[in-house]
Design a protein around this ligand. Structure first.
Ligand code: GLU
Length: 444
């Protein structure tokens, strides 16, 4: 990293020494945008120093009563990172690993990702260390109501528009929307996205992140004269990103053979039964073992990693840093052609280096998983015009957005002498868009 970038990075680390994943996300960006960020128009206005510092960070207590009558206390977060391009936009994550550093890393990624969509959305992220697993619907509802009782004062359809992330799906968005509506006495549809399709949600939002990652993969393959047809695909995770990545890959002729959750991974050589997986995960809220119980021939593995399963396409759709250098080497040895991040930063920096050195097409999350938030922006458009588009119309728009992101990122990489480096292309293209708007707005 060149000296001027290193100085910015060191200051980030000194300010918040414990926020490792945030440092990792900042490091990757600074490393790839140096020649652009060093231009006098940006450096003279301290754009870098401003872009790594969130505009606002909110932390609050979330007290709630569990089914046994005990008072529980969690911590809530909303990091409003950058509003140069539009209202803060990004999901809420409910998971025991959530802390301020995790939310800052996710918010930082979101700034660049949202810029790449071209849909006029700033970046933010939030969540809580609350763990919805094993909690009753009543407990989840009371938690969501308490969370929104503080959050409502910070959000709004022109201010900050949260959505889902890990642990936050349609159920949680419903409870939070209900509480927002009750407190404010406003049916403000555009304040949250990922709503139910019966009350202001967009068709295709649930599928969008997974579908988008597969559309992005298709474009990367196409650039190399290949297609998804006949490819052998492994996804990690089994949440909505993984499920719908598997579904779209199958629709495009690929053979999806494995998925995972924190209890292990499943290999299903007949091809994953997406309807069964949806039933197990979305309806029963079960574990991958429940899939195996209903699927003769599928095998559950509790040792090793899903990345040991040979494949030509790898779609990490679980969580940050789930795929490390040794996994990457295994994938390369097994003949992987393309890797696209359905989750946020699932590959470690060392893993990314292995893929790039081996000439594997690597789509970073900022570009490859932007389909979810892009469709959230389409949901905001529908809410603003009081319309609801069909599933097919929405997915067709998503596909155009993903193609544009791919082409913009690929072109930017080429223009900077790094053809095929989607990490550099995404960071530079996202940075320029945000930085130019920040310049136009003056020192704010
Ligand atoms: N949590 C998703 C992401 O990482 C979606 C955010 C949204 O729809 O606002 O991009």
């Amino acid at each position: 990293m060149i000296d001027s970038m290193k100085a910015v990075y060191d200051e980030v680390v000194t300010r918040d020494p414990g926020q490792k994943v945030f440092h990792q996300a900042v490091h990757e960006v600074l490393e790839t945008i140096a020649d652009v960020a060093a231009l006098p128009k940006y450096s003279g206005a301290s754009i870098l120093q401003r872009i790594v510092e969130p505009e606002r960070q909110i932390m609050f207590r979330v007290p709630w009563v569990d089914d046994a009558g005990n008072v529980q206390v969690n911590r809530g977060y909303r990091v409003e990172f950058n509003s140069a391009l539009g209202p803060y936009k990004g999901g809420l994550r409910f998971h025991p690993t959530v802390n301020l550093g995790v939310i800052k890393f996710l918010g930082f990624e979101q700034v660049f990702k949202n810029a790449l969509t071209g849909l006029g959305i700033g970046g933010g992220k939030g969540g809580s260390d609350f763990d919805p697993h094993g909690r009753s619907d009543g407990e989840v509802m009371r938690f969501c109501q308490s969370f929104m009782t503080e959050l409502y004062r910070h959000i709004g359809d022109h201010t900050d528009v949260p959505a889902g992330d890990i642990g936050v799906g349609g159920r949680e968005i419903g409870y939070m929307f209900g509480q927002y509506k009750r407190i404010t006495n406003r049916f403000e549809a555009g304040v949250l996205t990922g709503k139910g399709t019966g009350w202001g949600g967009s068709y295709g939002r649930t599928e969008a992140t997974g579908y988008g990652a597969v559309f992005f993969t298709e474009r990367m393959l196409d650039r190399k004269g290949k297609s998804l047809d006949g490819q052998r695909v492994v996804v990690s995770g089994s949440g909505n990103v993984a499920i719908y990545a598997a579904q779209k890959a199958q629709q495009l002729g690929a053979h999806v053979v494995a998925f995972s959750d924190s209890s292990g991974y499943v290999v299903d050589e007949q091809g994953v039964d997406v309807d069964l997986l949806r039933e197990v995960k979305e309806v029963q809220r079960g574990r991958v073992a429940d899939y195996v119980a209903g699927r003769p021939g599928a095998k559950l593995h509790t040792e090793g990693s899903v990345w040991d399963v040979p494949c030509t396409i790898a779609l990490p759709c679980a969580t940050q840093n789930e795929l490390d250098e040794s996994h990457a080497r295994t994938l390369v040895d097994n003949g992987v052609l393309a890797v696209a991040e359905g989750a946020n930063m699932p590959c470690t920096p060392e893993a990314v280096e292995v893929f790039q050195a081996a000439g594997i097409s690597f789509g970073p999350g900022k570009a490859a998983n932007a389909g979810g938030v892009a469709t959230s922006a389409l949901e905001m458009q529908q809410n603003a015009s009081r319309e609801q588009w069909s599933f097919d119309k929405t997915v067709a728009k998503l596909e155009i957005v993903m193609t544009n992101i791919h082409d913009n990122v690929a072109r930017t990489a080429e223009q900077h002498g790094a053809a095929g480096n989607y990490v550099l292309g995404a960071n530079v293209a996202g940075f320029v868009q945000v930085a130019d708007s920040m310049l136009a707005h003056g020192v704010v």
